[in-house]
Design a protein around this ligand. Structure first.
Ligand SMILES: *Cc1c(COP(=O)(O)O)cnc(C)c1O
Ligand SMILES: [Zn+2]
Length: 396
């Protein structure tokens, strides 16, 4: 049995295919590339029960990951985060089964560790020596630290307003860090120039195909943790949308393997009112989003004015009868406090936005009382102590 069942890369727009043994970024048509697997072969050799003896990290599903040789795995123990009941908060929202997938327990304090673990492992397998990327904070932190573990150099460009802890994580790992006065989209332009100048490996969101593969494991783990059933609704704080695209991809792969049945959860993209391009596009029934000017929110991880994979996010929403919804900063920060007070969980602002979205969607009837609802808390609240401290102590 092979360690990985990866077959090739393919373009979701024009269906061109590429080898997974050479570095590739975007398709020649400009679309991100997705990783395909030999699922028909795998279906005959792997069963859910085979997983029970395996390690408690996302690498337990190595057949569904793109790294071909075990020795190329770069891990800090990411994945298999808990799926926790939130009974008091659920009661407060009148949702009878509310669960939190707590990604704050990942190395580097956010689910970005998943994408970094798989992305860096594959970069190592491809012989890459130096990566570069723009970031809103958590991705840069995760990729810097995993790159250090792999012996790969990293160039990171970040808005100067990004959480100081994430800047510190980059700096302490020895990454080449630049802080800029602007948004992630501005950082992206600078990274583009650096890549051309120094021939670096572009690890920008969706410009390398493997980050999605790490993040898709959230979807597989949710299904496993629920006994190979899926919830009715999954809410996800959406910036670049990689997590949502990944969860959707994972569920389709599980269907192909015959591990879950036909019904998919309704996927909800949660954004901030200060930056809601996907929500706007969804409201108008469009298949792509428009650049959001003057984007701003305390939920820094979802402050993405235009995502390269917007069409894939929207497709996942349409295909699952999901929706997109925006939450303002005041509402998400008060939800954040409520979650800490009712459940003892210190979630990140992005996660809090998703809980606030569940509350709103329950109020307007889109979520039913007996729906099983999973909210992704994408990071640890302690990474945002400055944001939260300001709200609690300074505005009072
Ligand atoms: C990056 C990030 C997000 C958004 O993730 P995407 O997959 O890019 O949509 C959400 N929450 C946190 C904490 C993040 O760091
Ligand atoms: Zn293409």
């Amino acid at each position: 049995m092979d360690f990985s069942y990866v077959s090739h890369l393919s373009c979701p727009k024009c269906h061109q295919t590429y080898h997974s043994d050479q570095p590739h970024h975007l398709c020649t048509c400009g679309s991100p590339l997705l990783v395909d697997y030999h699922l028909d072969d795998l279906r005959n050799v792997l069963q859910p029960k085979d997983l029970s003896e395996r390690e408690n990290s996302l690498w337990r599903y190595h057949e569904l990951l793109p790294v071909k040789k075990k020795e190329n795995i770069v891990t800090l123990g990411e994945g298999m985060t808990p799926l926790l009941p939130m009974p008091k908060l659920g009661q407060d929202m009148s949702i009878s089964c509310l669960l939190m997938k707590d990604e704050g327990l990942n190395p580097t304090g956010s689910f970005k560790a998943r994408g970094a673990a798989v992305g860096i492992s594959k970069a190592k397998e491809l012989g890459i020596q130096e990566i570069a990327m723009p970031t809103n904070g958590n991705a840069g932190a995760a990729w810097s630290l995993y790159a250090a573990r792999a012996g790969i150099k990293a160039t990171i460009v970040m808005p100067k307003d990004a959480p100081t802890i994430t800047q510190t994580e980059c700096a302490v790992s020895g990454a080449h860090l630049s802080l800029i006065d602007g948004l992630i989209s501005d950082a992206g332009k600078i990274v583009g120039e650096e890549i051309k100048k120094h021939d670096l490996y572009d690890a920008s969101t969706l410009k390398e195909p493997y980050r999605i593969e790490g993040k898709k494991m959230m979807g597989i783990e949710i299904a496993e943790q629920m006994g190979w059933k899926v919830p009715d609704v999954i809410l996800y704080p959406t910036g670049g949308g990689v997590g949502l695209i990944g969860i959707y991809k994972a569920l389709k792969e599980l269907q192909s393997l015959g591990w879950i049945d036909d019904k998919l959860p309704r996927l909800v993209a949660v954004q901030a009112t200060g930056c809601a391009p996907i929500v706007e596009a969804w409201k108008k029934g469009k298949s792509e989003s428009c650049f959001w000017s003057d984007a701003s929110t305390v939920a820094f991880g979802i402050n993405v004015p235009k995502a390269l994979g917007d069409f894939l996010v929207l497709e996942a929403i349409y295909q699952t009868d999901g929706c997109a919804i925006a939450i303002d900063d005041e509402t998400l920060l008060s939800e954040l406090q409520k979650i800490a007070q009712l459940e003892g969980a210190f979630v990140c602002p992005e996660g809090a936005a998703s809980f606030a979205a569940a509350r709103l969607l329950r109020e307007n009837g889109w979520i039913k009382e007996n729906d099983v609802v999973v909210v992704l808390n994408t990071g640890a609240g302690i990474k945002y102590f400055d944001t939260v401290r300001n709200v609690l102590f300074i505005t009072k």
